[in-house]
Design a protein around this ligand. Structure first.
Ligand code: ADP
Ligand code: MG
Length: 338
């Protein structure tokens, strides 16, 4: 630890006014670990100790985000903090897990206090909303990289896996898709679209909402689930392949926001909805007979879901629109790059 303190102090970068311990104390220890009585030992020791309730399994995931690769370099610090946790909460949602604790491994080019204050505000704000506690981490100097490891709980045997889809199940997706990919474009091109639409789409990219509550509702109902990070088509295919099945998707019923329709036009919206990434919605399958009751229950709980296709025994994802098969390669969808 002395070593990383020295590195933070001697890395030759501006704004290194604060040491590693002060930094952890001020921006992370003070706000982490609160509000959960199952944290036996939080930040400050060599490792954290948490209580896992009897009859439960621990669900573990980690995601790293790198400046320039997973978010633009000029991304606001608040949004980087938010995103680092949001993408991990989304993995918990896709497993039907209740997120409980997380660790933060932070590599910083400098200890810029203003940046850290904004970053930790984004992080802790989302953590508080979901009742997850920061229980430890690591802090080093280097190119900006943020790794969050998240731990969640499910009653033993009840986690939703990618592999459970069965022929005849409906393929569903939450919310609307394509907004985040359009939001990224809107960030880069300020000329296009109305300011209200641009704002909506950019917000969808900067602050994706992890569907944790929906994930919990899907437990015991969904046969398979995945969160949409790489694009609906790619992620649905991944999930279905894990179950050794395929699907037919109806492109006419893809949930597309009014803002995206106006921003990209009818023609432009569909490839974004199908192949744009970063929405962090949930794609899942469930037995067709359960859809109406589940959709109503979800709606009553403020969760929007849509059925977009049917699981078939043939592997691969086939698309149709206006009752006709669509070859994504012929339509140029395949050349869409995000
Ligand atoms: P060690 O050298 O034993 O790994 P550290 O000095 O790296 O200890 O960390 C001291 C304590 O601060 C540990 O409890 C660790 O989990 C926590 N910690 C370090 N960096 C962070 C961070 N970025 N966020 C939250 N906790 C952190
Ligand atoms: Mg350490």
């Amino acid at each position: 630890m002395q070593c990383s303190t020295a590195r933070l102090r001697n890395c030759g970068l501006p704004n290194v006014a604060i040491g590693e311990f002060a930094l952890i104390d001020r921006f992370f220890a003070a706000a982490g670990g609160e509000g959960r009585d199952d944290v036996i030992l939080g930040i400050g020791d060599d490792a954290a100790l948490v209580r896992v309730p009897a009859g439960h399994e621990l669900v573990v995931a980690a995601d790293t985000i790198v400046a320039g690769a997973h978010f633009p370099r000029e991304f606001p610090a608040e949004a980087i903090g938010y995103r680092a946790l949001a993408v991990n909460l989304s993995d918990m949602a896709a497993m039907g897990a209740a997120p409980a604790w997380y660790t933060l491994a932070l590599t910083l080019p400098s200890a810029d206090e203003r940046w850290l204050a904004d970053f930790s505000r984004g992080l802790h704000g989302l953590a508080a909303r979901h009742g997850v506690a920061l229980i430890g981490g690591d802090t080093t100097a280097g190119p900006l990289t943020v790794t969050v490891q998240i731990l969640g709980l499910v009653p033993a045997g009840s986690a939703i896996r990618r592999s459970g889809a069965r022929t005849g199940d409906l393929v569903c997706v939450s919310g609307t898709v394509g907004d985040a990919a359009a939001g990224l474009r809107a960030l880069e091109d300020s000329a296009r679209g109305s300011s209200a639409d641009r704002e909506f789409l950019i917000e969808r990219f900067i602050h994706p909402v992890p569907r944790v509550e929906l994930g919990l509702m899907l437990r015991g109902v969904a046969t398979a689930a995945i969160d949409v990070s790489d694009g609906l088509y790619a992620d649905a295919e991944k999930m279905l392949a894990a179950g050794g099945v395929g699907a037919r998707l109806d492109l006419d019923v893809l949930p597309i926001s009014d803002a995206l329709r106006r921003y990209a036009g009818e023609e432009g919206a569909r490839p974004l909805a199908l192949q744009g990434g970063d929405d962090y919605e949930l794609c899942f399958t469930l037995p067709a007979a359960q859809f109406p009751a589940f959709e109503a229950a979800a709606r009553a709980a403020g969760q929007v879901i849509h059925s977009i296709g049917v699981v078939e025994s043939d592997p691969g994802v086939r698309c149709q629109a206006a009752g006709r098969a669509i070859d994504l390669k012929l339509t140029g969808y395949d050349h869409f790059s995000s």
